[in-house]
Design a protein around this ligand. Structure first.
Ligand code: FES
Ligand SMILES: [Fe+2]
Length: 329
């Protein structure tokens, strides 16, 4: 049987923190229509400088506030009849032609936080409040004396967020998709009930600076955030913060910020950034055409994948598939 619709198991959108924009792309007074986690939303920055996200459609006659909405102090004004909605509570605070404001004149206000160079929203399929947080990495916000101004890039990919994330925990594919010459020995630290997951792999590399044992450390918090750093060259480093956001069940918007310590940015920094972008291009076709197997056939070399899938279950209100042990474990 090789019919896509029969082989493919549709994963839902997981719960978690997801980036909706780079901080630097939203200035005070900006208003943007956005579509993430299957929802139509409006993103704006108030006059006090706070990023806010509201449901897009006005409770009055249904105008989309992202098209023509205007920031008025801490509120967003609907383009149709000028009702104003508070960015924090979502409540209508002003109707220019009415004294009384109807009690249900309200939009859903999303939980927003801004750090590490991104604006994040909390998505939960059952509407629950944020259940966990993730660390601050201020060097991705720029203005760091030791680190280069972060370089940004982004791409929309035809893939489910669990599959793009799974890629990080799939050392074997580096040999066949990314032309790696050896599979680095990897070490994983995780517990199924912790939202943090770390995978580190050590490799020997040679470049103009010499030969080094480099350790690549990838930290994840949920399925939407990934921070990678490279250790090994004394006093120098490379760091990447990747944010992956479901647009819907089958597409993601990925954004990356990359920074290098100033003493190596000219040499290895550019190369590192180029390699990351090139690497993603190599994965695209696989993601686009693959089906999701909720219960894949695993062999004994697949324990990283089995561990990852076990960890990933906690981010779904209703997980799909069984917990499986790869052979030989
Ligand atoms: S539709 Fe928004 S104020 Fe009328
Ligand atoms: Fe890959």
């Amino acid at each position: 049987m090789a019919k896509r619709e029969q082989e493919h198991v549709q994963l839902p959108i997981p719960n978690g923190w997801f980036a909706v924009e780079f901080s630097r792309e939203l200035r005070e007074g900006d208003v943007k229509p956005i579509h993430y986690c299957g929802e139509d939303l409006v993103l704006f920055r108030t006059r006090s400088g706070e990023a806010k996200v509201l449901d897009a459609f006005c409770p009055h006659l249904g105008a989309h506030l992202g098209y023509g909405g205007r920031v008025m102090a801490e509120t967003l004004r609907c383009p149709f009849h000028a009702w104003q909605f508070d960015g924090t509570s979502g409540k209508c605070t002003h109707i220019p032609y009415a004294e009384r404001i109807p009690p249900n004149a309200k939009l859903r206000a999303w939980e927003v936080q801004e750090k590490n160079g991104f604006i994040w929203i909390w998505f939960h399929s059952e509407g629950e409040a944020p259940q966990w947080d993730f660390p601050d990495r201020p060097l991705f916000e720029g203005n760091d004396e030791e680190w280069s101004e972060p370089r940004a890039f982004e791409k929309v990919l035809d893939a489910h967020i669990q599959d793009t994330h799974e890629n990080n925990n799939d050392p074997v594919h580096f040999l066949y998709v990314h032309s790696a010459t050896q599979m680095p020995e990897s070490e994983i630290t995780f517990t199924p009930d912790s939202t943090h997951y770390r995978i580190s792999s050590t490799n020997e590399i040679s470049n103009e600076l010499g030969t080094f044992k480099m350790t690549l450390v990838r930290d994840s918090w949920g399925l939407g955030l990934n921070c990678m750093h490279m250790d090994g060259i004394p006093g120098a480093g490379l760091q990447m913060f990747a944010a992956t956001t479901p647009i819907d069940e089958n597409r993601v918007h990925s954004r990356w910020l990359l920074t290098a310590s100033k003493n190596m940015v000219d040499l290895a920094g550019e190369e590192f950034m180029k390699n990351i972008t090139a690497g993603i291009e190599q994965d695209l076709d696989i993601w686009k055409h693959k089906v999701h197997r909720a219960n894949p056939v695993f062999c004994e070399g697949d324990h990283y994948l089995g561990d990852y899938r076990k960890w990933a279950r906690q981010f779904y209100s209703n997980p799909v598939g069984d917990v499986q042990k790869p052979e030989g474990r």
